[in-house]
Design a protein around this ligand. Structure first.
Ligand SMILES: Nc1ncnc2c1ncn2[C@@H]1O[C@H](COP(=O)(O)OP(=O)(O)OP(=O)(O)O)[C@@H](O)[C@H]1O
Length: 226
């Protein structure tokens, strides 16, 4: 299957310190790759590179066969991320945020229905007219997820999407991601949650200081297929 996202020999250093050591990775439409590994192992760094928000020190990041640039309109239209913890306008309500995202991404006349569905699906319907600072931290995370799911995209990049969610919400998230994948979306997800990996990931890349190893989603060794 054609890769939508491809990392080839990606190295990322900060100052003299090397965080990623020649990562090779592909994600095809309808696939989920999970990144696991301890705090500081480089998961978020890899996600920023995959989203085109940072450039590798060396190596290549390709999106749909072209060099990844997060500023490109085609990339911004096709790649949804949940990476920024506090990406809110403090004076817009939850509903207004989601409408803004939906309209900016071209939903037009269907935006209102899509937002209503997102509010319900993410347990935000009763909080739609509150500003983000009035939400519990779990509901703020739901709002970030809703803002990604409400807009069209081909690639979803999520950094620890389970954070601040309770057990029931984590199960719902796993179901949502699995359905999403079945609809053909490519997913790259950093997570510390084994259940999420088991439920959604086709392959797992485990990052560790100085190295990375890959396996199938069920934990079997996966050779060099990344
Ligand atoms: N902009 C930066 N400047 C300098 N060092 C950085 C920068 N961004 C990340 N690092 C370093 O890179 C390493 C990897 O960080 P990263 O946030 O990618 O890890 P992570 O696996 O996502 O960790 P966690 O599980 O805690 O979220 C850390 O040592 C971090 O300090």
């Amino acid at each position: 299957m054609r890769a939508l996202l491809e990392l080839q020999e990606v190295v990322r250093s900060y100052g003299g310190s090397r965080v990623l050591h020649g990562v090779n990775l592909t994600v095809a439409p309808g696939q989920c790759v999970a990144l696991t590994g301890s705090n500081g192992s480089g998961k978020s760094t890899l996600l920023r590179l995959a989203a085109g928000r940072e450039r590798p020190t060396s190596g290549t990041v390709l999106f749909d066969g072209a060099s990844m640039d997060g500023d490109e309109p085609a990339v911004r239209a096709a790649v949804a991320t949940v990476m920024d913890v506090d990406a809110f306008y403090p004076d817009l309500t939850v509903r207004e945020h989601l409408m803004l995202v939906a309209l900016a991404h071209g939903l037009g006349a269907t935006a209102r229905d899509a937002v209503a569905e997102a509010l319900t699906g993410h347990h935000l319907a009763d909080h739609a007219d509150l500003v983000p600072s009035a939400l519990s931290s779990g509901l703020r995370q739901q709002m970030l997820l809703a803002a990604a799911f409400v807009r069209p995209h081909d690639l979803l990049i999520v950094d620890e999407p389970e954070q601040r969610l309770d057990a029931a919400a984590r199960r719902e998230l796993a179901d949502r991601l699995a359905r999403h994948k079945a609809q053909g979306v490519a997913i790259l997800m950093a997570t510390h949650n084994d259940q999420l990996v088991e439920a959604v990931a086709d392959r797992v890349m485990r990052l560790a200081a100085g190295q990375h190893t890959e396996s199938a989603g069920d934990g079997r060794e996966h050779g060099n297929a990344f």
